[in-house]
Design a protein around this ligand. Structure first.
Ligand code: FEO
Length: 392
């Protein structure tokens, strides 16, 4: 794809990765992604903001074939999906200076073996003149690494935000416009990449509130021409209380755990509690991450297998804990054959979630009436807890 115009002074370069299905060898990308670079042309100097993933760097280099001069290459983030083509870009423009944050300087040398003498550190708040255009570098740590910065183009009121506000969405459109695919793609992106960093994101949002931003140009997904909605969405995802919702990831080998899960779904629904259920044999783990953005409670359904929870359940809990969701409560629905000792160790698995553990429901083999009634009682307890905490 050729360079595309964002404004007469800003071109979108980089690559749309229509076929990528996993990020970080972990995170599902059902709609692909893009690696956006931006060429900002002042009347005296030209800056390239970010590059592209090495797998598609040829596309960027092809676009740059018709760009005779780049004075500055801005590396907002050291992760290779944006920085990976820097060695080739810096080789193409031997007079260009690479500009990045203090922390990124060391990381770019470590990750890409870039020479220190090509790198110029920009301080937080420092500005760079391109003649009639001015770039301001704003340190925005933890979106998504500690070294990340954003860049504000004052005269065009445009924020280049790198991962921040991005979406894993392969599209030929430059602008998000009213494409209904953008909100879920941006929420998925937040859930999978950003959620663990809610506190610094909150601070970054507060800092950016001081800027007059008419356009946000992230390094994944389309540009936002009216960015208020994505900023407001981030505020809600980061700061709003959890919702009156329960996420139920589960595995069932011989339907016993499934019986408990189905009873729980019905019991919660009767009490007006929203439920999102994930059969981990087939679930898109990214969908589960999105559900965890909002849920107040996690109920894990698992059989005991080889002395512990099913391995897929262990994986899902580990991932959920890494994402640091807002959830306040968790419980287990368990069926076991003979390994009752393993049941006692289950609460230890959710310590990383930093939640209040509610009493589990445990069935030896197939659940009977007593266990089904225990599920109802657990649903009632969850509903009461949500109500008491004002979750809606
Ligand atoms: Fe899109 Fe953190 O890289």
């Amino acid at each position: 794809m050729k360079a595309r115009e964002v404004t007469p002074k800003i071109q979108m370069l980089g690559a749309v990765d229509w076929n990528r299905t996993l990020f970080d060898a972990l995170i599902p990308l059902p709609q692909g992604t893009s690696y956006n670079a931006y060429l900002v042309s002042g009347n005296q100097k030209v800056a390239l903001i970010d590059t592209a993933d090495p797998s598609l760097q040829d596309q960027l280099l092809e676009q740059l074939a018709s760009v005779p001069r780049v004075d500055y290459v801005i590396a907002q983030h050291a992760e290779q999906d944006h920085s990976g083509a820097l060695p080739q870009v810096m080789a193409k423009y031997p007079k260009a200076q690479l500009i990045c944050s203090q922390k990124a300087s060391g990381m770019l040398q470590d990750l890409l073996d870039l020479p220190a003498n090509r790198i110029q550190v920009a301080a937080d708040g420092e500005t760079l003149s391109l003649g009639d255009l001015t770039l301001e570098f704003i340190y925005t740590p933890w979106v998504h690494w500690p070294e990340t910065m954003s860049t504000y183009l004052k005269e065009e009121k445009t924020l280049f935000s790198c991962d921040f506000f991005g979406s894993h969405l392969a599209t030929s459109q430059v602008y998000a416009a009213d494409d209904p695919a953008v909100y879920p793609a941006a929420k998925r992106y937040y859930a999978e990449i950003m959620m663990p960093f809610r506190v610094p994101i909150q601070k970054n949002l507060e800092r950016l509130a001081a800027y007059d931003i008419e356009r946000i140009a992230p390094s994944h997904g389309p540009v936002y021409a009216a960015p208020l909605w994505i900023v407001d969405a981030y505020k809600e995802w980061v700061s709003a209380p959890p919702k009156n919702e329960v996420v139920i990831p589960y595995i069932s080998m011989h339907h016993s755990t499934e019986m408990l899960v189905k009873r729980m779904i019905g019991a919660l629904a009767e009490r007006g509690v929203g439920v999102k259920v994930f059969d981990l044999t087939v679930a898109d783990i990214g969908e589960m991450a999105m559900a965890l953005v909002d849920a107040a409670t996690v109920v894990v359904g698992t059989p005991i297998m080889l002395g512990g929870p099913h391995p897929l359940v262990g994986y899902a809990i580990n991932l959920a804990a890494l994402l640091k969701p807002k959830a306040k409560f968790a419980a287990f629905l368990v069926s076991y054959g003979w390994g009752a000792g393993a049941v006692e160790r289950l609460p230890g698995l959710i310590e990383g979630l930093k939640v209040e553990a509610l009493p589990p429901v445990v069935a030896r083999g197939m659940p009977r009436q007593a266990e089904m009634e225990a599920v109802d009682a657990l649903a009632e307890l969850i509903s009461t807890k949500h109500r008491e905490m004002g979750f809606k």
